[in-house]
Design a protein around this ligand. Sequence first.
Ligand code: HEM
Length: 500
Amino acid sequence: MIEELLWLILAVILVTLVINRFTANRNLPPGPFPFPIIGNAHKLAADSRHLDLMELEKQYGKVFRLYLGSKLVVVASGASAIKEVLVTKSAEFAGRPSLYSSEVYAQGKAITFVDYSSEWRLHRKLAASAIKTYNTDLNTGKVNEFSLHDEVDLLLKRVRSRSGQPHDITKEIRLAVMNVICALVFGSRYELDDPEFTKFMEINDTILNMLAAGSVVDVFPWLRFIPFKSIQNLKEKCSARNEIISRIYRQHVDAWRVDNPQDLTDTLLKTKKQAEDEDSSIKGFLTDQHLIMTMGEVFIAGVETTASTLCWALLYLIHNPVVQQRLHQELDQVISPDRLPELEDKKNLPYLEATITETLRLSSIAALSVPHKTTVDTTLQGYSIPKGTTVLTKCNLWSLHHDPEIWDDPDAFRPERFLDEEGNFLPPKADRFLPFSAGRRVCLGESLARIELFLVLARLLHSFKFENPAGCNLPTLEPITGVVLMPRPFSVCAIDRHAV
Ligand code: HEM
């Protein structure tokens, strides 16, 4: 009897300790009751995290907390809280939580996953400057000797060769975007049947999917000593990727074209040298491994994001033929059939610009990308947020972009919402439209992505009318959930608009 009583007392003490540990009133945001060990991990399904979080938002408000295992996670939604995280208190929320899968992927050397630090600032500054230098060339449409135009033109050729027959356009677009990034980073393009190209694409896809799925070890780090197959696979893919990129990096170092850079890798080497010449104290701060990681990061961060946005745009146009018709009218007024759209045409194509903006809003592809972390004890909408708390905003960039209080009929595809009465493009206000995020961690590739989105779409639409294959149901708008919300593969008939 006494023994049973002692067990009961012990159990009560343990339960009280667990409850105190998780819910002691530290002025934390509200949230569901956390279970011992798992916390609230069961509340988020792998394939619908952004929707599960929206459900929790309905229950607990614009700022709420969860425990994933024992890790405190705060979710910020709505214009005001997101602005506070990304803009007003940008430095206080600019950290990155340490996740085992991203550590395996990046070994502490990727801009995206490194915590807020002087090393990260230097690395990001260098990469941003290299991309900007390169964009100057891109503004004229030139990516090294192989221009962005070349890759888009090859895409048009491949689509035309289908002679209006149904084919999977998502595959074509991914190939084109991958090769644009190859040309940008490596200064060379792959033939589509090159086995290394196929291998490299597969490696990137697998790494991205694994990072998206996360690992049980990210939630329960004490499991890291168990040799999970998924982590083993991630290690193998990362080492295969490093092998290819390191070889290409070495070739660039040997060629040493810093006085006349031919691609982003040359420009990274040049920018690093310049920075070290200006301030010798940073010598050795950024190693070869940092630059190799940056080369790989441009693929991981730049291919699926851009390709998926382009695919969403075509998918929305198939669902909304009237919008496509109006785009064709605009393109025909501005550009004759005997030439292709150039970047300089952008200012004369407001409806296309509005269509791209509406695609970025409605698809909100970066719904589940990298989480932030608080770098100091801080507050959010009056709640206390301790230093080291993981903060999710991007899932809620989705909710921001679909908030009925901000957007009239938010689930409808209506480019007109970004036009004024005279039909001029009306850029959305930054507090309600953040597809590339904002603040310290804002997307590094926004300008490059915008150039690609414009040129690829303008050229595809100038050349073709896209139709759903006759007799088939319209393709689903249900995304595949990952780091990026991807459209499911779909077929189209691309009818040549200028065939003679
Ligand atoms: C439509 C295309 C794209 C979209 C919607 C997009 C969106 C985003 C978003 C939402 C973030 C997270 C920012 C944050 O943590 O608050 C991000 C980060 C990042 N993006 Fe993009 N992105 C796109 C294309 C690209 C491209 C083409 C590149 C390649 C240069 C790129 C490179 C990066 C990098 C390196 C980061 C990490 C920045 C950091 O942690 O400091 N992105 N992007």
